[in-house]
Design a protein around this ligand. Structure first.
Ligand code: NAD
Ligand code: MLT
Length: 521
């Protein structure tokens, strides 16, 4: 498989991929037009923040299966378009955390003690001390926006400097803030009014774009400092420049910019800013860690061994090997469901046992199986999007009925007749369909299956067996489900090969047979 690398990904991981037999093509700094022409040849694309992976690029993506982001931020990737195309997007969320934290602290300390300016001055032969008087962090208040991996570590480091730590993060429990010594505030305005240092550690998205603009800066203390080591554009650059020009802030430490590299930026040249060219993750340790972690994840995903840190899959870092039997069962059930007559588009799914609480996961696998019969290229990433386009609605169900199996998936659908399908994982991870319609069953959901409804009368089994034998069709397993003696029965016959139309017609004509259907799983 071919992997294109357009970002500054350290060598170790790329060597690892080559050793595993992948063809790795390095095109750092590639021009957009060349990338649009080339992308279709590759199975995976690895980048950092430099490549814009938008809808236009993804339209040309041909056989692309995976985008690997060496780092955290995925704001350079159109996630919806990638998901719709079934392209896996993965990142390395914690590999560069410490480096980003330390860079933030470096910017903060350097800015407060005017170290870069003092350094320049001394190197030019000057000896000025008064001009480079800074301020202490001790007893000052830091306001952290985004108390995730980076933000929470900033909190701990600021605590070590005996600072007061406030945090604004609407998506975390208060407990997370206590654990790192921060006080969570509900109101951004409160944080802005109280802090001497404002530092941003939230992701860039529609909600955080321009989060800190003119109005927000006006709430801050005169002589406060802003540090942005997250993403350019979370602090509006025009508003920041205006505030610095008007002397409303002491200064700003910026590692990230709205346009990278910034073009003719007054902010970069401003005497009150301390700037670095997106260096937060640039330490030897972090670059190696990012590269190796990304390579391992990419290799495993391309080999369908495991899926770690995929941002558009509901796997959340779980062990794919452990989940596999459940996902395969759900997928087979989706496939089977799609071949049942008038299965209906309103579906309810329930998962018990090891998959309880992982209904999202069961659902994507079920939908993959269901939709694979309708179109090609359906996978765990795009199945919910495609299902929605086909008007298929899946709801989570919870029944309180006693069941015979611990690990079970139940699917109910609202076709003309309401259908029930139950699958179970037995000991040794064996997959079985244990209920089909109103019949208790016990068959392996794989291969060619004959579903035959008949009246429970003597002679039916013999006649079917003879017909199949005459036509050299070998029977793997034969399961009979019936409600009670003499009533309707359902035979599920696993066949070694498919039946021709002619044999199917002959089967339908056997006395006491109600219906016959071939299912391919
Ligand atoms: P994270 O996901 O662990 O934490 C982000 C936090 O932001 C979460 O707790 C989330 O709840 C919070 N958040 C989301 N929306 C918010 C909002 N509207 N207001 C306040 N808080 C909000 O991510 P992380 O690993 O800590 O990284 C944070 C960001 O830092 C990344 O998204 C990335 O863009 C940036 N980053 C930059 C560099 C660099 O080189 N400068 C390196 C690594 C990460
Ligand atoms: C990130 O989001 O991880 C950073 O942008 C790091 C980087 O790739 O330089």
């Amino acid at each position: 498989m071919k992997i294109l690398v357009t970002g500054e990904i350290e060598k170790s991981g790329l060597d690892m991929l080559r050793e595993q037999g992948f063809e790795v093509v390095e095109k750092q700094g590639i021009k957009r037009n060349e990338l649009l022409d080339l992308i279709g040849e590759f199975d995976a694309l690895l980048t950092r923040s430099e490549t814009k992976i938008d809808c236009e690029l993804l339209k040309n993506s041909g056989k692309l299966k995976l985008v690997g982001r060496g780092g955290v931020g995925i704001d350079n990737i159109d996630l919806d378009s990638a998901s719709e195309k079934g392209i896996i997007v993965m990142n390395t969320p914690d590999a560069n955390t410490i480096s980003a934290v330390e860079h933030t602290m470096a910017l903060l300390l350097s800015l407060c003690r005017t170290i870069p300016n003092a350094n320049d001055s001394l190197k030019q032969g000057e000896w000025k001390r008064k001009q480079f008087t800074g301020f202490e962090l001790y007893k000052k208040t830091v306001g952290i926006i985004g108390l995730g991996r980076i933000g929470s570590r900033i909190a701990k480091r600021c605590k070590a400097f005996e600072m007061e730590v406030l945090a604004f993060d609407p998506y975390i429990p208060e407990e997370r803030a206590w654990k790192c010594g921060a006080t969570l505030v509900d109101d951004l305005e409160e944080l802005l009014e109280k802090c001497d240092v404002l530092t941003i550690h939230a992701p860039m998205n529609a909600e955080t774009k321009d989060l800190i603009g003119e109005k927000e800066i006006s709430k801050m203390k005169k002589n406060a400092v802003i540090i942005n080591c997250a993403r350019g554009g979370i602090v509006n650059e025009k508003a920041l420049l205006k505030a610095l020009d008007k002397g409303e802030l002491y200064g700003a430490g910026l590692d990230v910019f709205e346009d990278e590299p910034p073009k003719e930026s007054k902010l970069v040249k401003h005497p009150k800013t301390l700037v670095t060219p997106h260096l937060g993750a640039n330490t030897f340790e972090s670059q190696k860690k990012v590269s190796i972690q990304l390579a391992e994840q990419v290799a495993d995903a391309l080999k369908e061994k495991s899926y770690r840190n995929v941002v558009n899959l509901p796997f959340e870092g779980e062990d794919y090997i452990k989940l596999r039997p459940f996902l395969e069962l759900a997928e087979a059930m989706g496939n089977l469901h799609s071949q049942l007559e008038d299965a209906g588009k309103g579906i309810e799914i329930e998962a018990r046992g090891e998959m309880e609480g992982r209904i999202k996961l069961v659902t994507v696998a079920f939908l993959k199986g269901l939709l694979s019969r309708i179109r090609d290229g359906v996978n765990y990433v795009n199945s919910p999007v495609i299902a929605a386009k086909h008007g298929i609605i899946v709801k989570q169900a919870k029944s309180f009925e006693e069941e015979d199996y611990t690990n079970m998936i139940t699917v109910k659908s609202n076709g003309s007749k309401s259908e029930v399908l139950k699958g179970a994982i037995l000991e040794g991870k064996k997959q079985r369909i244990v209920q089909l319609k109103e019949f208790n069953t016990d068959f392996i959901p794989a291969g060619t299956i004959l579903l035959m409804e008949n009246y429970d009368k003597p002679g039916v089994i013999g006649a079917v067996g003879t017909l199949l034998g005459e036509n050299k069709i070998n029977i793997g397993e034969w399961h009979l489900g019936r409600k009670s003696k003499g009533e309707k029965a359902l035979a599920i016959i696993n066949l070694d090969s498919a039946l021709s139309e002619e044999v199917m017609d002959k089967l339908k004509n056997i006395e006491n047979i109600i219906s016959v259907k071939q299912i391919f799983l």
